[in-house]
Design a protein around this ligand. Structure first.
Ligand code: SAM
Length: 191
């Protein structure tokens, strides 16, 4: 019942690293068709399915359109690398803050591995600007990367503002050999 098999990657990462829990506020970047958002809605209790637990919030953002999903707010036609999108996201968040930023964003691959890698790294770097405007202290960022020469540039930037940065590779990603995720925890705002 997930919209896309990519759901299993997030389930696997979250089962191991426990980044989502009831009551948290999540922004899911590059979220269409919405499978990660489905997982996030369940795990943060955004639809209020479990009345015993705090109710979270999930916002999905993508260039593309989404079908509606109970418990999620979708922002379509929106480029996550654009600072005007960051303002729209902030405006729609409860208290203007998020606990978790997820990104499974990927550009349309041109097939030249190095160029695709560099484009994805620069997209991930823009998530640091988004974090600066919306991520609560102590918050988490999980972002997809295609490995390559510029991965260390991104990692070094993450290490400057997060206390704990790991590379994670879910089993469900094994076939896409270059695909990995950076999991950055304990955000500390830049001064
Ligand atoms: N995690 C999603 C799911 O589980 O349904 C699948 C995401 S898919 C691998 C990558 C998405 O990134 C595509 O829907 C694409 O439109 C989106 N994307 C690429 N560049 C983007 C950008 N600059 N801003 C927002 N979304 C973008």
């Amino acid at each position: 019942h997930y919209r896309c098999r990519s759901a299993f990657k997030l389930l696997e990462i979250d089962d191991k690293y426990r980044i989502l829990r009831p009551g948290l506020c999540v922004v899911d970047c590059g979220a269409a068709p919405g499978a990660w958002s489905q997982v996030a809605v369940q795990r943060v209790n955004a639809a209020g399915t479990n009345p015993e637990c705090p109710v979270g919030f999930v916002m999905g953002v993508d260039l593309l359109h989404f079908s509606p999903l109970e418990g999620a707010v979708f922002l379509s036609n929106a480029d996550v690398t654009d600072s005007s999108t960051h303002m729209k996201i902030k405006d729609r968040l409860p208290a203007g803050k998020a606990d978790v930023i997820l990104s499974d964003m990927a550009p349309n691959a041109c097939g030249i591995r190095d160029l695709d890698h560099q484009r994805l790294v620069s997209m991930c770097l823009s998530l640091l600007d988004l974090a600066q405007s919306i991520l609560s202290p102590g918050g988490t960022l999980l972002c997809k990367l295609w490995d390559g020469g510029k991965s260390s540039v991104l990692r070094n930037r993450l290490v400057q503002v997060f206390q704990d940065v790991k590379t994670v590779k879910p089993q469900a990603s094994r076939k896409e050999s270059a695909e990995t995720y950076f999991l950055a925890k304990s955000y500390q705002k830049e001064h």
